[in-house]
Design a protein around this ligand. Structure first.
Ligand SMILES: *Cc1c(COP(=O)(O)O)cnc(C)c1O
Length: 483
């Protein structure tokens, strides 16, 4: 019987003696081998690895890969995640031997090109942020948040101010309160008003002398730019507190406005989102942070500096919070982001934003008559529709729609986030999709709306796995194969 190479594990198709390649016989005499390695380090038997031929190995992985949804195969409107097309040229550039073969322990003098790229990236990101200094180390947005909050903590400690609270709107990404808690702060939720923006009365009521940081996402997770931002930053600064900008939505404002200009004191980028690092299935990412000059001494060391015409790593930063990541961060993703920014230039980046916002508004306009969109007739680069009425009238949930979309070859939108919208479907098309694709997606959404509820509860109908028990999968993961 032929093995099912898509569902069986390599361990299950293993046959003793099968190989992908054969090495020539060992020409070191056995007696000599035994003296080369101490007996204590010799295994008694070979490790229990699967034994398969090359063709079966290839089929196994190629078949598995075909079961993935990816930005290269499917429209991927996963809100907040900015799943834009990742140009393949970046992969070629990142694979150049001068980049890919560098070792992080090389001397500064022997990797000047890489250091120059990182130094330029620091400056470019500072300029786009409208802030003074950038640290590239954090490995993703969430680690950028944590790093910035540790910087804030060090800043207040240096000023001998005791501030314990971080204020966070209730529409924020879950990483915001998690980062604040890990950094040792107490978190305070700020309500959103009926319009989806920060409820100013609630903010004023909760703002106090012990407020350290207000963490804000602008445009927020509902796809709305909060026009109260100047007033918000003024209120925070009046109390001596800092404003943190969660930069996950930079794709909506590149070249249009800058966080530093609207009063943010620090922010993170998600280079993998905004500047194309392939990040489906969770990584790798890059989450540099940008801060105002008075926070810069506390940034993680080292920072790349230019000394005459030489680039070097500056470890001499006595107030630094120290390292947050080995070596210089995920330079492979920073390099891809650098290629993207340099390819497009300032005008191109602005066009990215304009097209991302246009695409999102086009989809919004096509869907809002048939799907409730609680906040706003206009959006930035994404919007949040709700299946609340659909659920009440026809028992069709956001999850049913998300699952059914897979049958039509569309990745699902982000669902059940942000928490302030019941039955949320957060749709972010990005700028890299054509009108044809957007129309096909909108047509499919409208079609699904008319389908039988029971049929939808059982979707997807065309994929190998239909409805895994997600809670059980999270709580009782089976990560090890047992014979
Ligand atoms: C993605 C995201 C984050 C976290 O960033 P990671 O790079 O995934 O760690 C934080 N906030 C918002 C709004 C996001 O969309």
């Amino acid at each position: 019987m032929q093995a099912n190479l898509a569902t069986e594990l390599l361990f299950e198709i293993s046959e003793p003696g099968r190989r992908t390649h054969r090495l020539p016989p060992c020409d070191v005499p056995a007696a000599q081998l035994n003296t080369l390695l101490p007996a204590a380090h010799l295994a008694e038997s070979p490790p229990p690895l699967p034994e398969v031929g090359e063709i079966d190995l290839i089929r196994h992985f190629v078949n598995l890969s075909k079961r993935n949804m990816s930005i290269d195969t499917n429209f991927y409107p996963l809100g907040s995640c900015t799943m834009k097309y990742n140009p393949k040229r970046h992969e070629r550039l990142a694979a150049l031997p001068g980049m890919a073969d560098l070792h992080p322990l090389q001397s500064d003098a022997s990797c000047q090109g890489m250091l120059q790229m990182l130094w330029e990236m620091q400056n470019i990101l500072a300029q786009i942020a409208g802030l003074d200094t950038v640290a590239l180390q954090p490995a993703a947005g969430a680690q950028g948040e944590l790093t910035a909050l540790l910087v804030a903590e060090a800043y207040y400690r240096d000023r001998q101010e005791k501030r314990t609270k971080v204020l966070i709107p209730d529409s924020a990404h879950g990483t915001n309160p998690a980062s604040a808690a890990i950094a040792g702060f107490d978190t305070v939720a700020i309500k959103s008003g009926a319009n989806g923006l920060v409820d100013m009365n609630d903010l004023k009521a909760k703002l106090a002398d012990d407020t350290a940081v207000f963490m804000m996402t602008n445009p927020n997770t509902l796809g709305l730019f909060d026009p109260q931002i100047a007033e918000i930053t003024r209120l925070l600064h009046e109390r001596g507190a800092l404003v943190y900008l969660d930069g996950a939505n930079m794709n909506a404002i590149l070249g249009i406005t800058r966080p530093g200009d609207f009063g943010a004191d620090m922010m993170h980028y998600n280079v993998h989102k905004t500047f194309t690092g392939p990040h489906g299935a969770g990584g790798p990412g890059s989450g540099p942070i940008a801060v105002r000059a008075d926070l810069a001494p506390f940034l993680p060391a080292p920072i790349v500096v230019k000394d005459q015409d030489q680039f070097k790593l500056d470890y001499d930063r006595p107030k630094s919070i120290g390292r947050v990541r080995s070596f210089f961060g995920n330079v492979g993703i920073l390099l891809r982001g650098y290629c993207y920014i340099r390819t497009l230039g300032p005008a191109g980046l602005r066009e990215v934003t304009e097209n991302a916002v246009l695409n999102a508004n086009y989809l919004l306009a096509r869907l809002k008559k048939d799907f409730e969109v609680p906040h706003g007739d206009r959006c930035m680069h994404e919007f949040v529709a709700s299946a609340r009425l659909l659920k009440r009238e026809k028992r069709i949930s956001a999850m049913d729609i998300a699952k059914r979309l897979l049958d039509f070859g569309f990745h699902a939108p982000t669902v059940y986030f942000p928490l302030v919208v019941p039955e949320a479907m957060m749709i972010e098309p990005t700028e890299t999709e054509s009108k044809t694709t957007l129309d096909a997606f909108a047509d499919t959404m409208l079609k699904i709306r008319e389908e039988d509820a029971q049929f939808l509860h059982e979707a997807p109908h065309t994929l190998a796995i239909s409805r895994p028990d997600e809670i059980k999968a999270a709580k009782e993961p089976r990560l090890r194969w047992k014979p």
